[in-house]
Design a protein around this ligand. Structure first.
Ligand SMILES: Cc1cc2nc3c(=O)[nH]c(=O)nc-3n(C[C@H](O)[C@H](O)[C@H](O)COP(=O)(O)OP(=O)(O)OC[C@H]3O[C@@H](n4cnc5c(N)ncnc54)[C@H](O)[C@@H]3O)c2cc1C
Length: 428
């Protein structure tokens, strides 16, 4: 049974607050949904009342897409149940669950599926946009591990999508974001990954940064799939390393130690669940936030130079490849599977007086890297055009799907794919 919150009600302010404290919007009402029927009722109610819809799962959209000013926030957070069938290696996850809830339920059996790196991120937004995580090089993106979706479409119907049922919708849901409806349940394939992980990080002085990053780039070319290479550039120096899931993660340590004059070394074995929440505090709520992202299909020396030329801010690189690139490009809406590294520059602060300078700094840095970029990850788009996430043919196919399922663009508070001309594709 839906709980409806309005300004002044207990819980309203908490429910409208999202990860990025720059978002301070007031929905006319917040519908806290407990099941699929509640979501159907909320969509119908909003449409009849002419209210703009925002959909909230983890609330981590940088642009605050979950919170419509003066509209209806469809809050899925009460729908956070996760059910695991260890024998069939499947998990059914409600549309408002957080990554930590999925990880915890699956790890009871030594199982997991690809999920992001911060446990308070939503399964909903992350998976619909693709879903990158430490297991992706072994098992594909989060969206590659979804066997089926249950969703509520713009006309209030409940629809299933899988490889055998509404196959085109299934294709679009795998990386097309929240454009096609509200997912009330994800069915995930799980993998036997055990419970162990290893994190290795080596810090070098800025003066060694260029050689270290070149060496790291070469090592990455032959990295086993259990390893996901990482790099961080800060104004003080360069840290490179990797996260390894499974046994035998120490085999790469000597090669990293040989990359240059190590100023600091951090090698730690930990449980998979600890790994999945180790950045939870640093990535905590209620700070003002901004980020920019790029995909790199290669990392030429000039890109490394641009990376090291930071205007006082930090950047991270995370390696793609492996099973992400095994999936044929046309199999899913998610694009840029031949990405080598994802670049993100992000910052947080508390004083609103710093907004303009903080944002300008990041934009300047990201602009310096833009000549080496080939698109960007849908879930990191922040004021960027949608065609950074999808090449033209994919965008045309997504537009046709959007036109079929949501011709009035009811679901537009997202990385929006606008409906176009009618195409003949019929919604279920
Ligand atoms: C701290 C942090 C760490 C991150 N780490 C990673 C990472 O490791 N890997 C990665 O790939 N990404 C990562 N991201 C990016 C993340 O994938 C996006 O921010 C994503 O939008 C978060 O989803 P959410 O459900 O938390 O957000 P919300 O703001 O709740 O949702 C964002 C949008 O997603 C859509 N949506 C959400 N749930 C549903 C649903 N059930 N049905 C339909 N539409 C829905 C809606 O359009 C909604 O507006 C991270 C983000 C943050 C802030």
């Amino acid at each position: 049974m839906t709980t409806l919150l309005q300004n002044g009600d207990a819980g309203y302010d908490e429910a409208r607050s999202v990860w990025n404290a720059m978002i301070d919007r007031y929905p006319a009402a917040i519908a806290r949904c407990h099941d699929t029927a509640d979501v159907v009722a909320a969509v119908r109610f909003a449409r009849e009342a002419g209210l703009e819809i925002g959909v909230r799962c983890g609330g981590h959209s940088i642009a605050g897409h979950a919170v419509p000013d003066g509209g209806l926030m469809i809050d899925l957070t009460p729908m956070n149940a996760v059910r695991v069938d260890p024998e069939r290696r499947l998990a059914w996850v409600q549309g408002g669950a957080l990554l930590g809830e999925l990880d915890k339920a699956a790890q009871q059996f030594g199982l997991a599926t690809t999920a992001g790196n911060v446990s308070h991120t939503g399964v909903g937004g992350l998976t619909l946009g693709g879903g990158m995580g430490w297991l992706a090089r072994q098992f594909g993106l989060a969206c590659d591990n979804v066997a089926s979706y249950e969703l509520v479409t713009a006309d209030g119907s409940v629809v299933r999508a899988s490889a055998d049922e509404n196959a085109e919708l299934f294709w679009g849901l795998r990386g097309g974001g929240g454009n096609f409806g509200i997912v009330t349940s994800f069915e995930f394939r799980l993998h036997q990954v055990g419970t162990r992980a290893l994190v290795a990080e080596f810090t070098y002085p800025m003066a060694a940064g260029f050689d270290v990053l070149r060496g790291w780039r070469e090592l990455n070319a032959t990295a086993p799939r259990q390893a996901t290479f990482t790099a961080n550039v800060t104004p003080d120096g360069v840290t490179v390393g990797y996260v390894w899931i499974g046994e035998g993660g120490d085999q790469l340590l000597p090669a990293f130690r040989a990359l240059g004059p190590v100023a600091d070394e951090h090698v730690e074995e930990m449980s998979y669940l600890t790994l999945q929440s180790r950045d939870d505090n640093v990535q905590g709520h209620r700070y003002r936030r901004y980020w920019k992202g790029h995909y790199f299909k290669s990392l030429p020396d000039d890109a490394i130079r641009a990376l090291l030329n930071t205007p006082g801010v930090s950047a991270s690189l995370q390696a793609y490849g492996g099973a992400i690139a095994d999936v044929p490009d046309e199999d899913a809406a998610f694009s840029h599977r031949d990405t080598l590294f994802e670049f993100v520059t992000a910052t947080r602060w508390e004083d609103p007086a710093e907004d303009a300078t903080r944002i300008a700094q990041l934009r300047e840095y990201a602009a310096g890297l833009a000549p080496y970029a080939s698109g960007a990850y849908l879930n990191t788009l922040n004021g960027d055009p949608i065609n950074r996430a999808f090449p033209p043919a994919k965008l045309a196919r997504l537009t046709a799907l959007k036109t079929a399922y949501d011709p009035a663009n009811v679901f537009h508070l997202n990385q929006n794919i606008r409906p176009g001309e009618a195409t003949g594709e019929t919604a279920a």
